[in-house]
Structure formats: C-alpha cells, structure tokens
Design a protein around this ligand. Structure first.
Ligand SMILES: Nc1ncnc2c1ncn2[C@@H]1O[C@H](COP(=O)(O)OP(=O)(O)OP(=O)(O)O)[C@@H](O)[C@H]1O
Ligand SMILES: [Mg+2]
Length: 371
C-alpha cells in the first residue's frame, strides 16, 4: 500500500493541511510544535481508527471546533486506488467511507491500510510493563486476522462489563456467583480461547523472523525472542474449562478488587535476550537494537500475511536513536518501503553523512507559526 495524498481538516493544529507523498522515503521537517507527529498520527488514525497518543478522540479535534476530517488516497499493490475518508464529530463519533461507501463496522478498515509506527514512546515495548507488549502483539494480529481482532474487541467489552458488575455487587453486598456473571463468563472463555490461540501461533512464527533480523542488524549471534507466560495455563483442549474454573474460583477475590484477575488480559509477555529478560540485563543500546528489530519484523510479518506492503511511520527517531542506529534502520527500510520520517532538523541528517540522494527522497518543510 502506498499513501499518495493526505488532507486534514481541524485535526489538532491543522485547520486544513494537504500533503503529497513519494512512494519511497519522505522526510517531514519543521520546528517543535509544527505538526510533525500530528501528521503521522492522522495516517495511523486512518489505518487503525485510533491514535497512538490518546485514547480519547475528542483531544484530537482542533480547539474550538466540533469535528475533524481525514482524507487519504492510497494505491495498493494491484494498482487499485482507494479513497478513505474518516470523519469524527463530538456528537456523532466516527464514520468511515472507503471509495464513498459507508463502512457498517468501523473496524472493517483495520488491516486494509497497514502501517507500522515507530515513535519515541515505542521504547516501552522493550522496557515497559507486559501490557505494552500485549498491545504490540494485539496490534499486529488485529491487522492480519479479523477473527482475532473481533474476539479481542468483544473480550475487552465483556471484561469492562464484568468489572462494572463486580463493583455494583460489592456496593450492594451481593456476593453470589449468579447466572448473570455466569453468562458473561461463558462469553469471556470463548473469546479468550481465540486470543490465547492467536497469540501462541503468532509468537511461534514471529520469533524466527525477529531473531534473524536482529542478528542481521547487530552481526552478533545472540538469540532474541518473545515469550508468553499465559495467565491461563492450558492447551487449547482444556483452555475454556480451566479459564471458567479460574473465573469462578477467583470470584470473591475479584469482588473485593473490583476487577477481573484471570484471563488473557493478564498474560505476561517477556522479551528474552539470550535466556534473560531484557528488562533485567539489557544495556540502553541493546534495548534500542531490539526495538528496531521488533519494528522491522512487525512490518515484514504484516506484509507477508496481508500480501500488501506496509507504510513505515518513523516519528522523531533522533530523539530515540543515535546516528548509527538511525542509518541502520533507514537503510533497512527506507530504500524499499514507503517511509515517512519526521525530524526537527534536516541538516542533522545530512551532516551525519546520510546521503539523501541515494533514497529518491521527498522532503517537506512544515511552516512555523501557521496553522
Ligand atoms: N486539539 C488540538 N487543537 C489545537 N492544537 C493542538 C491540539 N492538540 C495538540 N495541538 C498542538 O498542535 C501542535 C503540533 O503538535 P505535534 O505534536 O504534532 O508537534 P511536532 O511538530 O511533532 O512537535 P515536536 O517537534 O515537539 O515533536 C502543538 O503545538 C500542540 O500543542
Ligand atoms: Mg513530535
């Protein structure tokens, strides 16, 4: 998939913005606060119907306005044009049109415009808590496997609903595991089974790719892998029963805490460097290289599964990487994939011996003090 043009209306600092992209490397540069991250955020929003910076869409609407709009035109690998329009209004929420057809389920767009985002916050994948790594995996699987994605959405809804009920029962001093909770749990175990199976299958395939990319990047023979420590320890035959038993046996505990303590939303996911948790042994540089390898592997994995090239969005990588790492990653992806990079200073890139001419690069300067 290639992004050809993008138009933004009332999207954060943009009143109206229009961009044309090259099929290869694009560099967006400008001072702090000119809207570089916002531009990548808008592309991410079209692809996944959500931001990578906020969970609350209202934050994105330009101040004093009631709605925002994103228009993107894409060209897929079969040379088919795809026009996508996403509208959000404070009163009516989101609506998405593909080639002018209103999508019944907004989530149906996920997986059609695959992107990989690499931002200063991405380092949390290697050094943050398990939730960040669960999200990393969920984000990839959501783009390539719609059954997984739907199960995940339903699972999260049921957990939310169950937690509300737990809190209500606690206030009412109702502590019986009743039919209502039982019905929710029946649904949870079904969706949970899809999630657990999806995650295990993913890790098995992904680790090989991830490890090979890492070795190629660092020329160093240390094996790296993602490993799941599932909250429900069971194989696919007895997963549902074991999960159900655990939900039931923990019910009183859950009531006290007001949240559901068992299930795949509590899976621990480790990033192993050799045989050790990277969070315990990793140097700063090792964390960075692992992140680069993970992100490149993410892109290739999505591409292999969807049979459609991904768009790489690299936000302010100088804030995260030193020049050697930076050049490594751009060499790896910038020549072959559509890549959109943001930076405050184009000269820094040039001065560090980075030969932009080799890349058929398109640069775009965002104006300061205009919106
Ligand atoms: N809802 C909003 N309405 C109007 N302006 C907003 C809104 N949300 C954020 N902004 C502003 O938009 C501007 C652009 O933000 P953005 O994060 O895209 O800047 P940037 O170019 O990435 O800057 P930096 O180089 O510091 O990362 C900022 O000044 C920010 O305060
Ligand atoms: Mg920024």
């Amino acid at each position: 998939m290639k992004l050809k043009t993008l138009k933004l209306i009332n999207f954060r600092n943009y009143n109206e913005g229009f961009f044309e992209f090259s099929d290869n490397l694009n560099i967006i540069f400008g001072d702090n606060g000119t809207g570089k991250t916002t531009l990548l955020e808008a592309i991410h929003f079209l692809s996944l119907t959500k931001s990578f910076r906020t969970n609350n869409d209202i934050n994105i609407v330009k101040k004093k306005q009631d709605y925002f709009q994103i228009f993107g035109s894409f060209l897929n690998s079969k040379d088919k044009k795809i026009f996508v329009n996403l509208n959000y209004s404070k009163n009516e929420g989101k609506r998405i049109f593909i080639n002018k057809v209103d999508l019944k389920r907004k989530t149906d767009i996920v997986g059609r415009l695959p992107v990989v985002i690499f931002s200063p916050g991405s380092q949390k994948i290697t050094d943050g808590g398990p939730q960040v790594r669960r999200n990393f995996i969920d984000r990839i699987l959501s783009q390539i496997n719609s059954d997984y994605f739907q199960a995940l959405i339903e699972y999260k809804k049921r957990i939310y609903q169950r937690n509300l009920i737990l809190n209500k029962y606690r206030v009412q001093r109702q502590n019986k595991y009743d039919d209502y909770i039982n019905t929710i749990d029946e649904m949870l175990v079904g969706f949970g089974a899809v999630i657990q199976k999806g995650r295990f299958e993913f890790i098995e395939k992904f680790n090989n790719l991830f490890c090979n990319i890492y070795k190629k990047l660092v020329h160093y023979d240390e094996s790296v892998s993602l490993q799941i420590m599932p909250n429900i320890q069971a194989d696919s035959n007895d997963f549902e029963q074991k999960f159900k038993d655990k939900l039931q046996s923990r019910f009183e505990n859950d009531l006290i805490l007001g949240r559901t303590g068992a299930g795949p939303h509590r899976d621990n996911i480790l990033l192993l460097f050799g045989n050790n948790d990277i969070r315990i042994v990793g140097s700063l540089g090792e964390h960075k290289m692992l992140l680069i390898a993970l992100k490149i592997a993410e892109g290739i994995f999505i591409e292999q599964n969807l049979k459609e090239p991904v768009i790489f969005l690299l936000d302010d990588l100088f804030a995260l990487l030193d020049v050697t790492h930076y050049v490594n990653i751009i060499n790896e992806i910038g020549k072959h994939k559509q890549t959109i990079i943001t930076t405050t200073d184009l000269d820094v890139i040039k001065n560090k011996g980075f030969d932009l001419d080799k890349f058929n690069v398109k640069t775009y300067k965002l104006p300061t003090g205009v919106s």
